[in-house]
Design a protein around this ligand. Structure first.
Ligand code: IMP
Length: 425
């Protein structure tokens, strides 16, 4: 496996968790490189169910080191809750490391996230209200608090008091909210520091040394490429970069160290929150995808918007991530549909466009032009070999490969770990 990046290639919720869980068994180190507890997935491991937001599921494999890298924003309260859940189930956490450079999500980030969304009203982004955007904003304005502050009570107290001077002004004067008291925040974060200090480390060095020693490193993104702060459907994006290249920036390693980029793509398209979505379905097929695919968010429980696979966007995300292979997920959900459509171009203002539009205004005005493929009736969940798939399902897989020029090496056909078809590379 050497150094592999697993990157979501739609608007998140592509089913990365299951693939990462499977690949973690073949890794020495698993590194989560961006986002915070806005992400979420459920992993079933040895019959036990784990709901994860921050910690890579690699922790469930003895001997696999798991790292929360520099590019993350971490709510220590959520992290400690997750750790407690693992301890209850006797999972060893001694190999969990948090980068000293990772930024902390503070209570005022969450209050501000909610207040900003309320203020935006109808034009809101539909964030997860976990404080992600405000925490990354503080990082960019150099007023954030990093995990290393948890190692020193005096530094921590000063940082919190300084931050609150500004945040309370914002809360009171701009958002009409009551100010936050410093003492309870200082007390709770000092306690988080005591509980987490043994896990805080120079993780860039650890990752670098592991690669130099020929150990197998797996990088996992959260969210998806179309939610990328630079290349996604801005402003309807998250506040960090899920793109594969950011694995290097976040972990603190050079770009030539990555040998494999696995793009995870659902067999259809989903999106939570607001923002343009040209292939969105508002009919019975959309409803079927929602229900059969259980398309409800793990973090917020929100219903996901569903639509046909957007082939134009797929070529775009392949390009911006340098995808070397695909993992196609939830193919089983399409069983029973008479026809399956793939968007192969957009119509924008009367013109046919076959590239991802340059502006989000054009993308918002894009009407999909579809190519129709034949569906299949048979359930796929018991199938373990590509050749045993119904002909129409194989044709759909081959169609995506031809369309993107990239092989599909994993096909997920159900939620369990063994419901996956692995193909030769
Ligand atoms: P934030 O990341 O909470 O600021 O939310 C920004 C946008 O990203 C919203 O549209 C969210 O619904 C979306 N988003 C954030 N995390 C995820 C995720 O893990 N899956 C899918 N969408 C997400």
């Amino acid at each position: 496996m050497s150094t592999t990046v697993v990157v979501g290639c739609q608007w998140g919720d592509e089913g990365k968790g299951k693939l990462v869980d499977m690949l973690s068994g073949q890794a020495d180190l698993v590194v989560r490189y961006q986002g915070g507890d806005n992400a979420g997935h459920t992993v079933i491991h040895d019959g036990q169910t784990f709901r994860l937001h921050l910690i890579p599921s690699g922790i469930l494999y003895p001997g696999v080191m798991c790292i929360l890298a520099d590019g993350m924003v971490i709510n220590p309260r959520v992290l400690l809750e997750e750790m407690a859940g693992f301890r209850e189930k006797n999972v060893d956490l001694s190999e969990l490391m948090i980068s000293a450079n990772a930024h902390l999500i503070m209570p005022y980030h969450i209050t501000l996230d909610k207040a900003r969304e309320e203020r935006l009203g109808k034009t809101q982004i539909g964030t997860t209200c976990r404080g992600i955007g405000p925490a990354y904003a503080d990082k960019a304005t150099r007023s954030g608090i990093r995990a290393d502050a948890l190692l020193d009570d005096d530094i921590l107290e000063r940082a919190i008091r300084t931050a609150l001077e500004e945040k309370n002004l914002l809360l009171e004067k701009v958002y009409g909210q009551p100010p936050l008291k410093a003492e309870p925040i200082i007390e709770s974060y000092a306690e988080y520091g005591r509980l987490l200090r043994d896990h805080i480390a120079d993780t860039s060095r650890t990752i670098h040394d592991a690669i130099a020693d020929g150990r197998r490193v797996l990088f996992e993104s959260a969210q998806g490429a179309l939610l990328d702060i630079n290349h996604g459907t801005y402003p309807y994006v998250t506040s960090s970069s899920p793109l594969s290249a950011n694995a290097c920036v976040s972990a603190g390693i050079g770009p030539m160290t990555i040998s494999r980029v696995i793009g995870v793509v659902k067999a259809y398209q989903t999106r939570v929150g607001a923002g343009p979505f040209p292939t969105e379905l508002f009919d019975d097929v959309g409803e079927t995808l929602t229900q059969v695919g259980c398309e409800f968010g793990t973090t917020t429980g929100r219903r996901r918007r569903c639509g046909w696979l957007d082939g134009v966007a797929l070529r775009y995300v392949a390009r911006i991530n340098g995808v070397t292979e695909w993992a196609l997920t939830k193919l089983d959900v399409l069983s029973g549909l008479e026809a399956i459509k793939v968007c192969v171009a957009y119509r924008v203002g009367g013109a046919k466009v076959d590239r991802f539009p340059m502006t989000v205004t054009q993308f918002s005005a894009s009407e999909p032009i579809f190519e129709e493929l034949v569906g299949w009736a048979e359930p796929l969940d018991e199938i373990r070999h590509f050749d045993d798939l119904p002909g129409a399902a194989r044709d759909y897989v081959k169609y995506i490969e031809r369309w993107t020029g990239i092989p599909i090496t994993y096909i997920s056909i159900g939620p369990s770990r063994d419901q996956i078809i692995v193909r030769e590379r």
